[in-house]
Write a protein that binds this ligand. Structure first.
Ligand SMILES: [Zn+2]
Length: 207
């Protein structure tokens, strides 16, 4: 099987200022969940993380924070970290810079209603122009080392799990999605993934 789960080595070299992998010398894994918060799916993630004593980082869509404030509050109260994922999940390559920054600002403003501020940012689809990277200034832009492909409905649960486990290494930043599209794979993969890697001596931490 071609490893479509691990980020190709050249991308971090092309974009060295972005964060792709974190503290590779420690047996730590940095789980990230994109596109929530939404009821049921995000709540399943929170319950599952709690049962393993795992911490994670949630890259939230501002409009979902607005629609589901109680679910967002649960993420924060549980001690997880949150990051900005724009207000409407916009594609960087197709969005003028001024509008892109406004999307980021709106997402910040929605989180601020909960007393939350974050320096973490993940571009939707992983697509961002160099001019947008510059415009975001001192923000920490977080990419990933492992993509679970959980949103791919043509991917079977067992293949999703096997590919994700085999791509994971110390310091991996791993992308899951707390979205309806990913729900089937997520519900199968997440508890098994946590169980396997916890038994392997890994710890799950926030960025
Ligand atoms: Zn996303």
């Amino acid at each position: 099987m071609i490893n479509v789960f691990r980020t190709p080595f050249f991308l971090p070299r092309l974009y060295p200022t972005l964060l792709w992998r974190h503290s590779p010398d420690q047996p730590d894994i940095f789980l990230t969940f994109d596109d929530g918060p939404i009821p049921a799916v995000t709540e399943f993630v929170l319950d599952t993380l709690q049962s393993f004593g795992a911490q994670a980082t949630f890259f939230c869509i501002g409009d979902n924070v607005r629609k589901h404030p109680g679910v967002f509050q649960r993420i924060v109260t549980a001690g997880h970290r949150v990051g900005n994922h724009t207000f409407h999940h916009v594609k960087g390559w197709q969005t003028p810079d001024v509008q892109y920054l406004e999307e980021v600002r709106q997402c910040d403003a929605e989180m601020a209603k909960h007393g939350v501020s974050t320096e973490l940012f993940r571009p939707p689809y992983g697509r961002i122009k160099r001019s947008q990277i510059r415009a975001l200034g001192s923000r920490k832009i977080v990419m990933w080392d492992v993509l679970t492909n959980d949103y791919d409905r043509s991917l079977g649960e067992q293949d999703c799990l096997a590919g994700t486990v085999s791509a994971t290494r110390s310091g991996s930043i791993v992308v899951f999605h707390d979205s309806l599209k990913a729900e089937r794979n997520l519900r199968y993969v997440l508890p098994r993934y946590l169980e396997y890697l916890t038994a392997g001596g890994y710890q799950f931490k926030t960025l």
